[in-house]
Design a protein around this ligand. Structure first.
Ligand SMILES: [Zn+2]
Length: 317
């Protein structure tokens, strides 16, 4: 009979090892829990967004994600941010406009963004501001943005009867550009003739007052701009027709077709397009062209935006 000494397993190191493993597990679980509860996904779900919405929000810039986390759920948040011309500085105005105009109706987010960007969530001639004259030929003048009081450009020149009906004048650079465009039109077989151009403060005031006296303020505001709010006072706008055409038929002419498609090459844009009346604040005017310079006119033309929208998104910094 022999005797083997029973090997005694030492328990000390095993306990130590078990404790270490347990601590590691706790740390890993703890980190995971911490990561989970501090993750954007978790915090967005706490704010009220569902899984699909969270995926959308996580594609946005950090500041928008933070906003969504810090605010309660807003069903307009994602569709607004996905709009091409969304401006963060206007976010609260978009929401206010939607609440006021749509209620429970289907929201047209593109329209909301356009209208708010140009200030048309206010009535015309309310919440007005002064035009930024440092923008030069790119200045914006509309029913929310006025020229400095009684503004008059200092380089106004008479237009020859070759290009305009009598008593028309315009800023020198605009005249040069119009002459170039007029010659190009002629070579293609079209004749352009200007019937309205620079209007001084006093002239614009006389037109507006006349409408107001005879037909009331609402009528006057529909058919004329108030003085200091008219693009004609900038000396950068021309009303262009073909000989014999008038306001009711110019849009149907071949001359108009050529002009509207080619004017940007000479620095002009069609300022009050069809279908954009709510944005520009003006009825469709096939004859009203605004000078911006060739480079900018091309960009605006290619954007397909009204100048009000283009300015609000790209230039109003
Ligand atoms: Zn005009």
């Amino acid at each position: 009979m022999y005797y083997t000494k029973k090997r005694r397993i030492k328990k000390g190191p095993i306990i130590v090892l078990a404790v270490i493993i347990l601590v590691i597990i706790l740390i890993v679980v703890g980190i995971n829990l911490y990561n989970h509860y501090t993750s954007n996904e978790y915090r967005l779900s706490e704010a009220g967004y569902n899984e699909d919405e969270i995926k959308e929000i996580l594609k946005f810039d950090e500041k928008y994600i933070t906003y969504a986390i810090e605010h309660k759920y807003e069903d307009d948040f994602i569709p607004l941010l996905k709009e091409k011309y969304f401006l963060w500085k206007n976010y609260d105005k978009y929401i206010a406009y939607i609440d006021e105009e749509y209620g429970n109706k289907q929201v047209d987010y593109s329209k909301v963004v356009s209208l708010v960007n140009v200030g048309a969530d206010s009535d015309p001639y309310t919440n007005t501001k002064k035009a930024d004259m440092d923008k030069g030929y790119a200045i914006l003048v509309n029913k929310y943005t006025s020229l400095p009081e009684k503004y008059a450009p200092d380089d106004i020149v008479e237009m020859s009867n070759w290009y305009a009906y009598p008593d028309n004048s315009i800023r020198q650079e605009v005249y040069d550009a119009f002459k170039e465009m007029s010659e190009a039109a002629k070579e293609t077989g079209y004749t352009l003739i200007v019937n309205s151009s620079y209007r001084s403060y006093d002239e614009q005031k006389a037109i507006y007052d006349d409408y107001e006296d005879n037909r009331g303020k609402e009528y006057a505001d529909t058919y004329a701009a108030r003085p200091d709010f008219s693009e004609h006072q900038t000396g950068l706008s021309l009303d262009v027709f073909s000989p014999g055409a008038n306001m009711s038929n110019f849009a149907d002419t071949e001359t108009f077709k050529w002009l509207s498609e080619n004017c940007y090459k000479y620095g002009f844009i069609l300022r009050y397009p069809e279908g954009k009346e709510e944005i520009t604040g003006y009825n469709y005017e096939a004859w009203h062209y605004r000078y911006l310079g060739k480079e900018l006119a091309k960009k605006v033309y290619e954007s397909g935006l009204t100048y009000d929208e283009y300015y609000a998104y790209y230039l109003d910094k």
